[in-house]
Design a protein around this ligand. Structure first.
Ligand code: GLN
Length: 478
């Protein structure tokens, strides 16, 4: 039974074959939640009884020979910034502590329609702003590989839950790296799909032009399985793409013949020795197995981090204006409406969220708009055209997911710029709206897991799955 938890895909098969019941599977995951969650704090809320009840319904359908969905009976965890009508949706913020959405996000409806079992909601940096899950109002999540270190963020709870078999797969959201960075820090796979491929309806907005929901899994195949279920056009999301659906599972386990892989010249300077060596060993594996390696240049990538930290806070300052004590969540009274709003927002938001709101409001204010926000938009466009030229030459780009492995609690908390640097390699694909995946590969000098990231052009999600899955296979063989 040791390898039981290693593949959600195979668990789903076993449930469908009736060789194990969903109820048994869900109970196993709850055993892990009961023994591990109080120490690790991955889940903010779970509902065992409801999960078991749903599992029994799926089991009955299977036993009666009825058609079931692709995720039938599979236990899934959901980042707590995705709306669920059965659970509170807090964004790990005091301002939404008690808030129970009146509806399910589209991704939740899609999971349910494939007969998945939703176990509960996972911890995050407040409103998905952060890289360590230390900014949660409900305490940090710990890294399961070394509990003195952060699990990454902002989707740290989802990454931790999958790594520790508290969930078979999970959903996160990625605005600048929040799926891929915690996946790398915890040693699992995490994918950010093309912008618009997965509906954002019911994802509480941080930076709407960058946010995207995506899967966490132990394997690339597990992520492909989930992506199949959650992707597709949604009339409730005006940025959702109306394109033909694909079966991402068919890109798993393919060879690399004819695949051209780009290495970004500009990243050479920022890589320290251990990261460079790790990237080299991945590159060598690709080369030995038939891929062609090409040096490529993205001259504007050096501005990506600064561009992101103007655009994301600008959008956040506008999106978070709705938390005013009137429409949602917390209300702290005052002598008049203005005081009530000030008191609510002062007490409801944490420090990092306030910092982003101030940054964003400043960048958007008249007089500074041209210098900051408009310049950032121009740089975003320049980066996109850089990428366009590169994808004429290569199928995918590879680079490290993060500049370091998981760091210790408190290491970057007082130095926001250092914290922001965690996303230097993940942010470019968010700015461009492109897909990217992080696959575990190698360790840092502390023995903490590292990730290799595979990037592709918009709507080439199949390519990141193809090359990601190949890397996974080569890593295990090598
Ligand atoms: N760490 C980045 C930030 O703090 C990215 C967050 C995210 O992707 N949600 O903004």
């Amino acid at each position: 039974m040791d390898n039981f938890f290693e593949s959600a895909y195979s668990i789903a098969q076993q449930i469908k074959d009736n060789s194990i019941t969903s109820k048994e599977v869900v109970s196993k995951y709850f055993d892990n939640i009961e023994s591990k969650n109080s120490e690790l704090n991955a889940f903010l809320i779970t509902d065992k009884q409801a999960a078991i009840r749903q599992a029994e319904i799926v089991d009955q359908k299977i036993q009666a020979g009825q058609q079931v969905g692709t995720l039938a009976g599979l236990p899934v965890a959901i980042k707590d910034n995705i709306c669920t009508d059965d659970f509170t949706t807090t964004c790990a913020s005091k301002i939404l502590r008690e808030w129970k959405p009146p509806y399910n996000a589209t991704v939740i409806q899609k999971l349910i329609s494939q007969d998945a079992i939703i176990l509960g909601k996972t911890n995050l940096d407040e409103f998905a702003m952060g890289s360590s899950t230390e900014h949660s109002a409900f305490g940090p999540t710990k890294n399961p590989v070394d509990p003195s270190r952060v699990p990454g963020g902002s989707s740290g709870g989802s990454a931790c839950a999958v790594k520790t078999d508290m969930a078979s797969v999970a959903l996160g959201s990625d605005t600048g790296g929040s799926i891929r960075q915690p996946a790398a820090f915890c040693g699992i796979v995490g994918m950010k799909p093309t912008y618009g491929l997965v509906s954002r309806y019911g994802l509480i907005a941080f930076a709407s032009s960058l946010d995207q929901i995506g899967p966490f899994g132990k394997t690339v195949k597990d992520c492909a399985l989930v992506l199949n279920a959650i992707s597709g056009h949604d009339p409730y999301d005006s940025t959702s793409l109306d394109i033909k659906s694909d079966d991402y599972l068919q890109y798993v386990d393919r060879d690399l013949k004819g695949i051209r892989i780009g290495l970004i010249e500009e990243f050479d300077e920022v890589l320290d020795v251990s990261l460079r060596e790790n990237l080299e060993s991945a590159t060598n594996l690709f080369k030995q197995n038939g891929a062609e390696i090409v040096k490529v240049s993205l001259p504007y990538v050096k501005y990506a981090l600064s561009t992101y930290y103007l655009i994301a806070p600008a959008e956040a300052s506008s999106n978070l204006a709705r938390f005013d004590g009137v429409r949602y969540g917390l209300r702290v009274d005052g002598d008049n409406v203005e005081e009530m709003m000030i008191n609510t927002r002062t007490q409801g938001f944490g420090q990092e969220v306030k910092r982003r709101i101030m940054l964003g409001t400043y960048a958007l204010s008249s007089g500074y708009y041209d210098a900051y926000y408009k310049t950032a938009q121009k740089l975003r466009t320049a980066l996109i055209s850089d990428f366009k030229k590169v994808y004429d030459q290569v199928d995918v780009i590879i680079c490290p997911t993060t500049p370091t492995g998981a760091f210790e609690f408190g290491a970057k908390l007082d130095d926001p710029l250092q914290m922001y640097m965690s996303d230097i390699f993940t942010i470019p694909s968010n700015l461009a709206g492109h897909p990217a995946i992080s696959v575990p590969f190698g360790t840092d000098s502390n023995g903490m897991p590292l990730g290799i990231q595979i990037l592709a052009d918009g709507l080439n999600d199949s390519k990141v799955i193809h090359v990601g899955s190949a890397l996974e296979t080569l890593r295990t063989e090598g």
